[in-house]
Structures are given as C-alpha cells and as structure tokens.
Ligand binder design. Sequence first.
Ligand code: PLP
Length: 448
Amino acid sequence: MAYLNENYLKLQAGYLFPEIARRVREFSEENPAAAKRLIRCGIGDVTEPLPRAAVEAMKAAAEELGHRETFRGYGPEQGYEFLRSKIAQFDYRDRGIEIADDEIFLSDGSKCDCGHILDILGEQNRIAITDPVYPVYVDTNVMAGHTGPVRADGSYEGVLYLPCTIENNFVPEPPREHADVIYLCFPNNPTGAVASRAQLTSWVKYAREHDSLLLFDAAYEAYIGPHLNPLPGGEEDTGRGFLGNQGGRPYAKRQVRVNADIPHSIFEIDGARECAIEFRSFSKTGGFTGVRCGFTVLPKSVLARTESGKRLSLHPLWHRRWSTKSNGVSYPVQRGAEALYSPEGREQVRALIDHYMGNARILSEAACAAGFAVHGGTNAPYIWVETRPGRTSWQTFDWMLRELNVVITPGSGFGSRGEGFFRVSAFNSRANAEEVARRLRDASGPDS
Ligand code: PLP
C-alpha cells in the first residue's frame, strides 16, 4: 500500500467557511422568510461582470484557435511574451521599477503561486507568518512538512507568528528572531491594512541583514487609493481614510491618511530585488476569479543557499519548475489579461475598483455610524471591524446573521489574533452594499 503525506493529517479541518455555511444553512431552514433577505459580505469573491475589453479579447482568441491559419497549441510554460512584456512595462518599468520581461511568470492565479513557490525552497526554512493571515500561506507550509503539530489555539508549532494588532496598525515590525522566509501581504486580507514605504523599507533591511526571503503578496495593490468613485452624494473620495470610532464614539472628523507613500510593489523599495518575490493576480483587478490568471515576479538577483553554503539564484529553479510541472495558462485567458492593459481595459479595471471601493466607503461609514470601530477599507476591499466589548467574533457573526440577515466572516477564522474582529467584504453590488449599510444604521441600538 502506498504511504500518504501525513502532513495533511496535521491540517485543521477546513473549519471557517464550512462552519459559516453550516450556520447559514441552519438559520435559513429555521427562518425561510429571513433567508430570502440574506446578503453575503463574507467571501472575497468579486460580483461584477468582466471588463468588456477582456471579454472581447478572449472571444477573439478563441476564434483564432478555431482556424488552421491562426491555431496555437502549447504555449511557453512561463507565459506568452505579449503578456509578460505588458506586465513588466505597465506594472513595473513605467513606475520606475527595474523588472525584465523574463522575470515575470504567468500562472492560473496567486493562490496556486503561494503554494507552488515552496517547490523551490528548502525544508529547513524557518517560516514567519502574520496573525491574522490569508490561510493559504499557513496550510501550504503544513502540507509541505514545514511545521510541527497544531496547538489548541489553531497555531502550528515551528512557525514564527507576527501579531497584527490595533497597536501596530496591523503592520508588524520585523521580529528580533531570525526567520528564513517571511510572508507579507499588503494591502492585507483580512485586515485591509497597508504598509508604508518606511515599514516596507524596514522589512527589506531585515531580510538583507538576515539573508531572508520576503514573499510579498500584492494581490490587492490596485486598491491603493486615491479612488474616484462617484458616490450617491456626488462626492469624490480623495483616498483619505476614515478610521471609524473609538470606544463606541464616532470620530467627529475624518482621519486623514495620505496615500502617496504606500508602495504598490515591494520592488519600489531599494534592495528588494535581492530578497523578495512578489505575487500578483488579475482576480481582483479584472474580476478574473473564475477566469484564473496571476503571476509571480522573481528577479534574477534573488539568491538562496544550499546546505553546503553556495548562494544560487532562485530564478532558474522557478523557470525549471514551470517547464517541468506546467504547460502554462491558456491562450485566450492570457489574451484576456493582456486586454486589461489596453486604454479601454485600464479604464474598465479602474471603474471596477472604484465600484468596490465605493462599497467599502458606504459600508465603513455605516458600521461607524452604528458605533463600531472600523479599520481597513480605504486602500483595500476589506473592512476589519471590532466586535462589541465582550463579544467574540462568532457571537457577532450569529448576531449579524439573525438580526441583520447579513453574513460576515468572523476574525478568529484568520488566526487567534483575529478574535475580537470581523471582516466585511466590499465585493458586492451597490444595491447590496447600500442595503447592508441601511440595516447596520438601523441596528445601532445598545444591544447590537
Ligand atoms: N492572495 C490573497 C491575499 C487573496 O486574498 C487571494 C484571494 O482571495 C489570493 C491571493 C488568490 O488570488 P487568485 O484568485 O489569484 O488565486
């Protein structure tokens, strides 16, 4: 009999979303009328249709494949040149960042990339992960055998956790301890936090001093403001933040946070070309969650060591990994992604992001008006809300479900430091966002 990978047995049962589904199902069976009013603000999936430019490009590409003269079979495993060059040009070189076309590797999305990258890294690495966190970073390391067993609070032995708290504005400082591989995600899922240039500079400095590797997830970089979203009042969002309230008392004035110094890419930081890999996705820019396309940026200058102490570039390993294990992303999808860089495509992507950030603003303001303390939501499509004092995140989930018929995500599902918070996703129609806002405002009584 074949042996199985016992690391999988260490994984906590996929608890969060199945448990949400179970509670929603139970509630819906008991309350069929209320079930019809349910609005889901839980899952981070987009709701709006694909940009027209991408649809037309994919249709045209499919048509090409249907004719002998224009048919194409296997493409380059790392992605077609037409797309790699657009990404390198528009997302990096036009912004003053030195990235070569062949340092871009196309994939079917950054969730997969976050897992696959472990193929080229050693087993010995000490991993550092933020808490709360996008669970994929943790679980892929558990699967690869890079952790010990799970503890009672859901954390894993052998992992260095970096707490993200109100006190550090959900951006951890580099630790005193050594870590070989550090996962950072900004704008962050679930907290919606962004890291300043100074904060990212301190991480790059740490990585260079410790010979560490930063795995930088920039899936939400396009949500960094300013946003021009025509909101119902015709107001323009200048990208300045509103941070909610403190102790249940709404701030009299909006908090002003200037966005100019929030990097979109880790490679905006000097020295990052020697110590960072970046993950990006078309899922939340072009609405490609179902289409599937993302990419990694791996500069040739990023080195890692062998057991015997040799320092070698990771780039050829990643190139080889793609050549051996994949035949790349489908041609029509790559043409669709390319179209997002056309003038119309860029405008349509902008409109999508402005739409979701308009929702984020509506939801943040409503949660704030209901007396909740609100974080995130100004440079990210996620709002990270403090539960009422003494309420757990699951109790708040139940209250929102029963009283408001709104589904949110309990913060504790993202790690033990997520307890005391819940995540509201701005991925929704405008009508749903406005309805959730109305329900929140109506529920601002003392019991809420
Ligand atoms: N990284 C983060 C932080 C995410 O929140 C998500 C999706 O929700 C992804 C990566 C995955 O994106 P993709 O759809 O490209 O796999």
